[in-house]
Design a protein around this ligand. Structure first.
Ligand code: TGC
Ligand code: FAD
Length: 392
C-alpha cells in the first residue's frame, strides 16, 4: 500500500472552506507578498534589529492593508475576517511585521476613525492608509502597564490650547511615527490626543537590546510641555473605554495573527522531521515526534476555527470584549506552545536564526504580554464567568 500524502498544516479539517472567495484571494495576495518580499529577509532584519519599516508601510498601503477593515477615508473597507487573514499571513513571516500593520490600522487609525473629528480624519487617515504617514498608540507607561487607569501623563488646559506632560513606554512604531495617539489624564478623565511627532517638546527614543520583536520599533515617548491646539483632542470619547475599544480591534488581529506564526512553526518542524535522520530513520517516523506534530496540528486547527468564528461575529457586530479575551488568551497560549514544541523537534538547529521557530517563540513572548497579558485576559474571562472582578 502506498504512503498517504502528508497534510498541510491548516488543511487537515478543510477550515478554508469556511472562507469566501474574496477572503481567500486577499489571503493569497498577502501570502505571496510575504513569501517573495519578507521571508527571504526577515532573519537578517531580526538579527540586526534593523528593517525597512517605511518602505514596508508604503508597500502595505499600496496593497490596502493599512486600516483595511475601516470604511472611507482611503481605507479598503474589507470584512474583519479578511483583515484577520491578512494579519495571519503577515505573522507567518514575523510578529513584528504584523505589529507594524496592527498598530497602524487597529490602534492609531482606528482611534482617529472612531473617535476623531472630521478634520482629524481628513488630515490623517488617507495618508496613513497609503503608508505615507506612520502612527503609534501611547497607552502604557513605565509604572502603569496592566493598569492604564492609573496613568500619570496629563493634559491641562491653557486658554484654548492643551499642555501635555508625561511619558509612555514600550510604544510600537514610536520613534518612526509621524503621529502619536496619546492617552492622558485631564480634568474630565482620560482623553485621547492626536499629536504630530514634530511638535516641540515631543521626543521618542528607541528601546534597544530586545530579545523579542527585533524586527519592530519599540520606543519611549516623552512629552515636555507639548502645546497642542484645542483641535488635537479626540472629541468623541472620554474615559478608559476609549483606548480599550481600540484594544478590542488590535486584540482581534492578534488572535488571528498568531495562528500564522504557529502554522509556520508546524510547517518547518514537519519538513525537518521528515528529512532529519537519527537511528537510521527520519525522526518523523518516531511516535513521540508524531505525537508532537499531531497535538500541534490539533491546537492550530482549533485556534483557526475559533478565529474564523470570531471573525464572523465581528462582521455581524456581535463580538464581545470577553470573547476577544477568549481568543487572545487561547490562541497566543497555543501558538507559543506550538513554537516551543517545534523548537524541540529541530534540536540544536532550532536555536539558530536559520530556522524560524525560535524567532517566532521569542516574538510570541511579547505577544503574550502586550495587548493585555495572559493573566489579564484570564481574569477578564473569570469576571465574565463569575460576575466578580479579581483585578483589584
Ligand atoms: P474597568 O472598570 O473594567 O473599565 C473601565 C471602563 O472601560 C470600559 N472597558 C471597555 N470598553 C470597551 N472594550 C473593552 N475591552 C473594555 N474594557 C473595559 C468599561 O466598560 C469602563 O467604561 P465606563 O464607561 O463604565 O467607565 O477598568 P479597570 O481599570 O478595572 O481595567 C480593566 C482591565 C484590567 C481589563 C484593563 O485595564 C486592561 O485590559 N488592561 C490591560 C492593558 C492593555 O491591554 N494594554 C495594552 C496597551 S497597547 C499595546 O499593548 C499595543 S501592542 C501593539 C503591537 O505591537 O501589536
Ligand atoms: P505589568 O502590568 O507590570 O505586569 C507584570 C506581571 O504582573 C504580568 O504577568 C501581569 O499579568 C501581572 N499582573 C498585573 N496585574 C495583575 C493582576 N491584577 N492580577 C494578576 N496578575 C497581574 N503599549 C502601548 O501602549 N502601545 C504599544 O504600542 C505597545 N507596544 C508594545 C510592544 C512590545 C514589544 C511590548 C513588549 C509591549 C508593548 N506595549 C505597548 C506595552 C504592553 O501593553 C504592556 O507591556 C502590557 O500591557 C503589560 O504591562 P507591563 O509590561 O507594565 O506589565
Amino acid at each position: 500500500m502506498s504512503e498517504p500524502q502528508p497534510q498541510s498544516a491548516l488543511d487537515l479539517i478543510d477550515a478554508d472552506s469556511l472562507l469566501s472567495d474574496e477572503e481567500r484571494d486577499i489571503r493569497d495576495t498577502v501570502r505571496a507578498f510575504v513569501l517573495s518580499e519578507i521571508k527571504p529577509n526577515i532573519a537578517n532584519w531580526f538579527e540586526t534589529g534593523d528593517f525597512p519599516a517605511r518602505d514596508l508601510a508604503k508597500r502595505f498601503g499600496e496593497m490596502g492593508l493599512l486600516g483595511m477593515h475601516l470604511e472611507g477615508y482611503g481605507c479598503a473597507g474589507t470584512s474583519a475576517t479578511a483583515y484577520g487573514l491578512a494579519a495571519l499571513e503577515l505573522e507567518a513571516a514575523d510578529s513584528g511585521i504584523r505589529s507594524l500593520v496592527s498598530v497602524q490600522g487597529s490602534l492609531a487609525m482606528f482611534a482617529i476613525w472612531k473617535f476623531g473629528s472630521e478634520e482629524q480624519k481628513n488630515e490623517w487617515l488617507p495618508k496613513m492608509a497609503d503608508g505615507d504617514a506612520i502612527g503609534c498608540f501611547g497607552l502604557t507607561e513605565a509604572d502603569f502597564g496592566s493598569n492604564p487607569q492609573g496613568m500619570l501623563t496629563n493634559a491641562k488646559r491653557s486658554g484654548d490650547d492643551w499642555i501635555l506632560n508625561g511619558s509612555k513606554m514600550w510604544i510600537t512604531n514610536g520613534s518612526i511615527a509621524d503621529v502619536a495617539v496619546v492617552w492622558a489624564q485631564t480634568e474630565d478623565g482620560i482623553r485621547g490626543f492626536v499629536v504630530p511627532t514634530n511638535s516641540p517638546g515631543f521626543s521618542a527614543t528607541a528601546i534597544k537590546s530586545k530579545l523579542s520583536l527585533r524586527a519592530s520599533v519599540t520606543s519611549e515617548l516623552v512629552f515636555s510641555d507639548v502645546r497642542l491646539p484645542a483641535s488635537a483632542v479626540l472629541p468623541n470619547v472620554t474615559g478608559l473605554k476609549g483606548p480599550m475599544s481600540c484594544l478590542n480591534e488590535a486584540r482581534f488581529g492578534i488572535l488571528f495573527g498568531v495562528i500564522g506564526a504557529a502554522r509556520d512553526c508546524l510547517e518547518v518542524a514537519t519538513d525537518y522531521a521528515r528529512s532529519r535522520i537519527q537511528f537510521d530513520r527520519p525522526i518523523a517516523a518516531f511516535q513521540l515526534t508524531q505525537e508532537k506534530l499531531t497535538n500541534m496540528a490539533l491546537e492550530l486547527q482549533k485556534s483557526y476555527l475559533l478565529a474564523i468564528h470570531f471573525g464572523r461575529l465581528k462582521d455581524a457586530k456581535k463580538l464581545r470584549p470577553e470573547q476577544i479575551s477568549v481568543g487572545k488568551l487561547n490562541n497566543v497560549r497555543e501558538a507559543i506552545e506550538i513554537a516551543r514544541t517545534a523548537r524541540t523537534i529541530l534540536g540544536a538547529n532550532g536555536v539558530t536564526l536559520e530556522y524560524s521557530v525560535m524567532r517566532h517563540a521569542n516574538n510570541l513572548e511579547s505577544v503574550l504580554t502586550y495587548e493585555g497579558t495572559s493573566e489579564i485576559h484570564l481574569l477578564t474571562i473569570g469576571r465574565a464567568l463569575t460576575g466578580i472582578s479579581a483585578f483589584r
